[in-house]
Design a protein around this ligand. Structure first.
Ligand code: ADP
Length: 690
């Protein structure tokens, strides 16, 4: 539940459409219930008012009718009192008078008729009276008539009073009480009183002297004709809509004595009683009752009013009402329909707003999706054709144009960047090439300066040594000649001196060659490197065999090179001798020649001298071309490689070395097809100066 709430909140947070939708729907969702509430309340009030208004006007109509009945009874009694028929019988026997009254009463719809004397004592009656009947002057109507005024009221007749008039009336009035829900408690089991429209009128003789009183009445108990009449007048056929049923009732106190309210089936609810609430209000406080009341077994919109007797006492009630249920159902249906209508309108509004909002926001949502795709690298993603022609639709179109422009700019930038990269790489390569050249030039410069200094020194020393050595050797020869056989005991020492001084001479010669190589150089020619390699192999064969060194040759060079042949030989022999010395316990010597391709073009030939000797220590590698650098203590001069270097460089070639200690070394001689005589300032200076 929480997660779904959070998801909704997140959606609301992230979606403009959802926000606007809430904005649009909020008034609808808040307003509709409020409106419904108001309509409900107002409708309820209006409904109550309308029903109350109707019931009060119904009650007025019923009251009018009841009054007219009362007045009608009075009028009948009065007209009889004044009639000739009655006047004609005045003074006759009571029997004759009673017969007349009995004859007149039914025609006037009167339940009883009595002729009283001036004291109020009965003289004659429509029904047989008991022997002794007390004067009836206690009754308000009789009293008024004795005083000369006709009066009609509604009176409660106790059972005895009814019995006095006629046992039949008493019987008619008698009604068993029916237990009724919500009625005031009553211990009685039957209602034996009668509610009577009671009328009396003075009777005059022909001289207008009061001779008596004519008293008559109509018993209302069980008077269904009257309530049906009231009902028919108040609720004419079809006057009540929605199938509601009208009812009318006469109450004696709180008991229904004449009613068309049905108890069940077709039984009238006679003997049932009004609810305590109605009784208290109408009979107790004398107020009217307008509104819904529970009548017998259903809710009725009811109107009650009290019936007051001649003494001003509330003796009964008049009631009209109609079934509320159909109205209530109709109201419920109307409200239900209204509610459903509101719901339907809201739902339709929501759906419409949703669809509309979707169509409005589709361009923005598509733009958002495109932005995300572009961010993920899909640079050719576009919003495309949008149906909407409003600002957002146009914005989407312009957004596409913007993306196109951006894409074009990006491509242009990319091209520039590529170009820049290419140029940088080019420049870097040029720079590193220049650096390499510079490094080599610096190296050469350092080397040549070093060599120049050493050469100068060496040349001087060599000259100085040469002469004494020549003197030593000459004198040694002289010494041998002079001594002859006498020199025999020291012959070995003389030979040693000779050998050592010869070694000195050779070293000096090498020194001079190193210091002034030009003096030793012959002419340069086109030399077949393979042939030179073969010659050198021949020269060193003896040493190779002695040390059990195997030789591998792979001579593939196709081009000749320009060099002085004996100088090349000297360089090669030097490299081969170094290789031999690196393999004191035997090994293998590789001699390889190949074409040297520089930038795809044939530049010359390369001769590789490879051995499986002890190799060169890393710290020595940068010094091996230095003059006098040697690791061969006592036997080496340290001049072989520096002289070789100088020779090869002089023809525009170079020597490179690749060595792994413990595994062996490989020296490569790079020699040009067309010698490039190096006369640049970086070339070893002493070569030109010496
Ligand atoms: P020398 O041979 O008289 O020592 P070089 O100038 O010919 O002088 O060589 C200098 C040094 O280079 C040698 O002492 C040796 O240490 C090293 N060297 C030259 N060639 C080789 C090789 N093939 N194997 C191992 N070391 C070598």
């Amino acid at each position: 539940m929480r997660t779904s709430q959070r998801r909704w909140a997140e959606r609301l947070e992230r979606s403009v459409r959802a926000k606007l939708l809430v904005l649009v729907l909020a008034p609808l969702l808040v307003g509709v219930p409020v409106l419904l509430g108001l309509v409900w309340t107002w409708g309820d009030e209006a409904y109550e008012r309308l029903l109350n208004f109707k019931i009060s006007s119904d009650l007025v109509t019923a009251h009018e009718y009841f009054d007219s009945v009362r007045i009608g009874v009075g009028r009948e009694v009065q007209s009889l009192a004044e009639s000739h028929q009655l006047a004609g019988r005045l003074g006759t026997s009571p029997g004759a008078m009673s017969a007349l009254l009995a004859e007149l009463a039914p025609g006037r719809r009167l339940d009883f008729l009595l002729l009283l004397d001036r004291e109020g004592r009965p003289l004659a009656a429509s029904r047989a009276l008991p022997e002794t009947v007390p004067p009836r002057s206690d009754w308000p109507v009789v009293m008024a008539a004795l005083n000369g005024s006709a009066l009609t009221t509604v009176e409660q007749f106790p059972a005895m009073a009814l019995a006095t008039l006629s046992p039949e009336l008493r019987e008619r009035a008698w009604l068993p009480l029916v237990d009724t829900r919500a009625a005031a408690p009553d211990a009685r089991t039957a209602e034996d009183r009668g509610l009577v429209i009671h009328s009396a009128a003075p009777v005059y003789d022909d001289k207008r002297r009061l001779v008596g009183v004519l008293e008559g009445g109509v018993l209302l108990n069980g008077n269904l004709e009257m309530v049906d009449r009231i009902n028919a007048i108040v609720y004419r056929d079809g006057s009540l809509p929605l199938g509601s049923r009208g009812t009318a009732t006469l109450f004696l106190d709180d008991t229904r004595i004449a009613t068309n309210v049905r108890l069940f089936g077709d039984t009238r609810a006679l003997g049932t009683r009004v609810s305590q609430a109605v009784r208290d209000r109408v009979l107790g406080r004398g107020e009217m009752w307008h509104g819904t009341a529970f009548v017998v077994n259903d809710d009725y919109v009811s109107g009650y009013e009290a019936i007051v007797d001649g003494r001003g006492e509330r003796v009964g009630m008049l009631y009209v009402g109609f079934l509320e249920a159909p109205f209530r159902d109709a109201r419920r249906m109307a409200m239900g329909a209204l509610f459903a209508l509101f719901i339907a309108i809201s739902a339709a509004g929501a759906v419409l707003s949703l669809r509309w909002a979707r169509s409005v926001f589709r361009p923005i949502e598509r733009m958002n999706a495109v932005i995300q795709r572009v961010e993920q690298g899909e640079t050719d993603a576009r919003v495309g054709e949008v149906a909407s022609r409003d600002e957002l639709g146009r914005l989407a179109g312009e957004f596409d144009q913007l993306l196109d422009t951006l894409s074009a700019k990006r491509e242009e930038l990319q091209r520039w960047a590529d170009e820049l990269d290419r140029k940088v790489a080019e420049r870097t390569a040029e720079l590193s090439e220049a650096n390499e050249t510079l490094r080599r030039a610096q190296q050469q410069l350092a080397m040549s300066e070093k060599l120049a200094a050493i050469g100068e020194l060496t040349a001087g020393v060599a000259h100085e040594i040469n002469n004494p050595v020549a003197v030593i050797q000459g004198n040694l020869d002289v010494l041998r000649d002079v001594l002859g056989a006498a020199a025999e005991p020291v012959r070995h020492e003389i030979r040693l001196i000779h050998e050592q001084s010869d070694r000195i001479r050779q070293i000096v010669a090498k020194l001079l060659q190193f210091a002034r190589p030009g003096e030793f150089a012959g002419y340069a020619e086109a030399v077949d490197v393979n042939a030179v390699v073969a010659d050198c192999l021949l020269l060193t064969r003896h040493n190779l065999d002695k040390r059990a060194i195997g030789v591998d040759t792979d001579l593939r060079a196709t081009t000749s090179i320009e060099i002085n042949r004996s100088e090349l030989q000297q360089v090669l022999i030097n490299l081969m001798v170094n290789a031999l010395q690196a393999m004191p316990d035997g090994g293998s010597l590789g001699l390889v020649t190949a074409d040297w391709l520089e930038d795809g073009a044939l530049a010359g030939a390369v001769i590789r001298v490879r051995d499986s000797g002890h190799g060169i220590a890393a710290e020595d590698l940068s010094h091996i071309f230095d003059p006098f650098f040697t690791t061969k203590k006592g036997s080496g001069t340290g001049l072989g490689l520096s002289i070789s270097y100088t020779i090869v460089e002089r023809y525009g070639g170079r020597i490179t070395v690749d060595s792994r200690p413990g595994e062996g070394s490989e020296f490569s001689l790079w020699l040009r097809r067309d010698a490039r005589y190096d006369v640049s300032p970086s070339a070893p200076g002493f070569l030109r100066r010496w």
